[in-house]
Design a binder for this molecule. Structure first.
Ligand code: HEM
Ligand SMILES: [Cu+2]
Length: 545
């Protein structure tokens, strides 16, 4: 059973991890560039034209491709196993993978040919080769098709199980996909309506402000699309790995519904400094952004309480003694717990970014990459590594290669990221050092930056080693001679502490979807109406590289 699902998940993971390998390799090279050690003239010989081409590859492969492929692949495994039934339309899910792969290739070729060095935000009026944009659309639409396969499977399950609560893991995954589906309407509109016709030269100009607004309509919920699968594992799997139970399952469901409702109508917090957006709407989005603090804190409380149950069940006592008895020898658990700690720092910094006035201080400084390497670069990526440490053995039927090496991977990522992100945060906050610059050759570079430049370089190099350890463990597992002993459990599933089923309103889609759409209409409706009524398709395209 589940042979098709496993194979498909395996393919998603192979593509995602390959993308991360290519993108991740450039990370330490960028750090060297910041410190004045310039590898780019040597890299030119193998076709890398500039720091910016490298930065585009780094962020597109890591933040867009690795995440999306891993997530859709993970859900292809989790949803059927959670519902305890096969995908009902396996061909649809296979089509999803093929579309995403074709899209990836279509976008990657222009990037590698230096025809799309527009960074992963591709803000117009920078203009890339059309196939870059078409490829990205295909990746997104391919993920929608995957979602469709999941919904059809869920519909069939619902028919066979009327009145039964949707299992938590399936519900969380489905909510994440629906949120993604709604959120990506923004970037799909941006590309299909504004950018692609303009990049082909069918229309003269593009409305830069409207394009950015559509982009961030998707751009913020994108971070929750990355994060919710990690939350799903923290809530629904890690307590089991720790020997505990999910402290409050209804609360966990509520959190997913809240993220569905609140992820989208907050995008303007990325546009506080955009001159074409009225201040009033920025304030509305700022307030809504702070409302995300609620589900975030509920998560911290619920997940830590669940882990505490595990630590105590394993013999831990005292106020904090249970922390010591958590399964720190298990790389899957440890990677995810360390990811959580890094993510907590990222979340705290995020409060600064989200503040309308404090944002001015850190906007477009190195503080920002300092922040998101803690969130997507660690909270998400290190959690996905932790998941891979149990999932890849299940997929291949092989034992995890060298759990010790995997543990070393988790800890080196933790230490490396603390150093790199600390350095980047301080440089941005104290000195206003700009992001997206090869600082080593900047004319305005000063010696007072040096301590943090070195600190973050050391962090970046440790991260590079950590990345190599990850790939060693993955390849070692795939080629491991030792077969996995089947324990009959396809994935860790945390039991709820309270046996009663969650209330029906936490398993009902309609009211939550209505709230979601209403909030989006309130937060974006008048603004978009105004921008479209005053459409300004005037900016010509530029090739600045
Ligand atoms: C080996 C580990 C890594 C290192 C050393 C590293 C280093 C860097 C550096 C130095 C920058 C450029 C900062 C600038 O010039 O503004 C950067 C940008 C970025 N990184 Fe990483 N990174 C790593 C892993 C990751 C991962 C795992 C992700 C996401 C999953 C990620 C996502 C990004 C993104 C989205 C950018 C922004 C690019 C832009 O501004 O257009 N990085 N990284
Ligand atoms: Cu955001």
């Amino acid at each position: 059973m589940y042979a098709h699902e496993k194979k498909l998940t395996g393919w998603y993971l192979i593509v995602g991890m390959t993308a991360l390998f290519i993108g991740g390799s450039l990370g330490p090279i960028q750090k060297l560039g910041h410190a004045g050690i310039n590898w780019y003239s040597s890299l030119a010989k193998i076709g890398l034209a500039s720091y910016y081409q490298g930065l585009t590859i780094h962020a597109v492969m890591n933040a867009l491709i690795w995440t999306t492929f891993f997530i859709v692949g993970f859900f292809t495994y989790v949803i059927p196993h959670s519902l305890k039934m096969n995908l009902t339309h396996p061909k649809i899910n296979t089509t999803s993978f093929v579309m995403m792969l074709v899209g990836l290739i279509m976008a990657a070729v222009p990037i590698l040919m230096n025809l799309a060095t527009v960074l992963y935000t591709f803000y117009p009026p920078m203009k890339a080769n059309s196939f870059f944009y078409i490829g990205l659309v295909l990746v997104v639409v391919g993920s929608w098709v995957g979602g469709l396969g999941f919904y059809l499977t869920y519909g069939e399950w619902r028919k066979q199980n009327p009145g039964v609560r949707t299992p938590f893991l399936a519900l969380g995954a489905l909510i994440t996909m629906v949120m993604w589906q709604i959120a990506t309407l923004g970037v799909a509109t941006e590309l299909l309506w504004l950018v692609i016709p303009w990049s082909f030269g069918w229309v003269e100009g593009v409305d830069v402000q409207l394009a950015r607004t559509f982009f961030w309509f998707t751009g913020h919920p994108l971070v929750y699309f990355w994060l919710l699968p990690a939350y799903l594992s923290w809530y629904g799997m890690m307590p089991k790995q720790a020997g505990g139970k999910l402290f409050s399952e209804p609360l966990a469901r509520l959190v997913f519904w809240l993220f569905l409702a609140l992820s989208v109508p907050v995008g303007l917090h990325h546009q506080y400094l955009d001159p074409g957006v009225p201040a009033g709407w920025k304030v509305v989005h700022a307030v809504l952004t702070y409302s995300l603090f609620l589900p975030s804190m509920l998560t911290a409380f619920n997940v830590i309480a669940s882990l505490e149950l595990g630590g105590r069940a394993r013999g831990g006592t005292g106020l904090l003694g249970w922390i010591r008895t958590l399964p720190w020898g298990d790389p899957s658990y440890t990677a995810q717990n360390l990811a959580m700690i890094l993510f907590a720092f990222g979340g705290i910094g995020g409060l600064t970014n989200a503040s309308y006035n404090l944002n001015l201080v850190v906007h477009n400084t190195t503080w920002v990459p300092g922040h998101f390497h803690l969130t997507v670069g660690s909270g998400v990526t290190l959690t996905f590594f932790g998941i891979a440490y149990w999932l890849v053995p299940k997929l291949t039927g092989k034992q995890l290669f060298s759990p010790k090496l995997a543990l070393a991977q988790a800890w080196t990522w933790f230490v490396g990221m603390l150093l790199m992100s600390n350095g980047l945060h301080i440089l941005g906050l104290n000195f206003g050092v700009p992001r997206r610059v090869m600082l080593g050759v900047a004319a305005y570079r000063v010696d007072t930056w040096q301590p943090q430049v070195i600190e973050s370089l050391i962090g970046g190099l440790i991260l590079g080693v950590s990345g190599l350890l990850f790939y060693t463990v993955m390849l070692g597992t795939v080629f491991n001679k030792k077969a996995l002993v089947d324990d009959g459990e396809p994935m860790p599933v945390a039991e709820p502490l309270e046996p009663e089923p969650a209330p029906v309103w936490l398993d009902t889609w309609r009211p939550w979807l209505v709230i979601t759409v209403l909030l989006i209409l309130i937060a974006y409706g008048p603004l978009l109406f105004d921008m479209i009524a005053n459409l300004n398709m005037t900016a010509p395209g530029f090739r600045v590289w």
